[in-house]
Write a protein that binds this ligand. Structure first.
Ligand code: THU
Length: 140
């Protein structure tokens, strides 16, 4: 599959990153199975720990709109002001665990450096032993 369109959406989402503390701006775009796309950005807090990553923002927006079937996630991030292509930005463990709640191991996660440069990973690649209460569905 060609993911340039989804990466462009992630870049669009990144424009809204609120990251005055880290200066690191991240964008995510979540493609739902019905074709709708939800964007997300990171949102930081002066007390740091309540900060939210771009990936979780996208997921929480979609889930709070009633979506639960997802087809792919694109992520792109770098220090604010940096020019493309960026180094790859890999989702943190907390975000991967949230993704694991709603997606199966074959869920594609696109790590983008620009709209044309990206690698496609699976959730299983990035979180091989994620916790699931219903672990019977997926064995190693
Ligand atoms: N961040 C994300 O939004 N997604 C990632 O995949 C990695 C990190 C955010 C969290 C924080 O606001 C900033 O980037 C620096 O860690």
């Amino acid at each position: 599959m060609e993911y340039s369109f989804l990466i462009q959406k992630a870049l669009d989402g990144r424009e809204f990153a609120y990251c005055p503390y880290s200066g690191f701006a991240v964008g995510a775009a979540l493609l739902c199975s019905d074709g709708e796309v939800y964007t997300g950005c990171n949102i930081e807090s002066s007390s740091y720990s309540p900060s939210n990553c771009a990936e979780r923002t996208a997921f929480f927006k979609a889930i709070s709109d009633g979506k639960q079937e997802f087809a792919a996630l694109a992520v792109i991030g770098a220090p604010k002001g940096e020019n493309l292509p960026f180094p790859q930005c890999v989702p943190c463990g907390v975000c991967l665990q949230v993704i694991n709640e709603f997606c199966t191991g074959d869920f594609p996660i696109i790590l983008a450096q620009s709209t044309q440069q990206y690698t496609v990973h699976t959730l299983r690649d990035l979180l091989p032993l994620g916790f699931r209460l219903d672990a019977k569905e997926e064995s190693i």
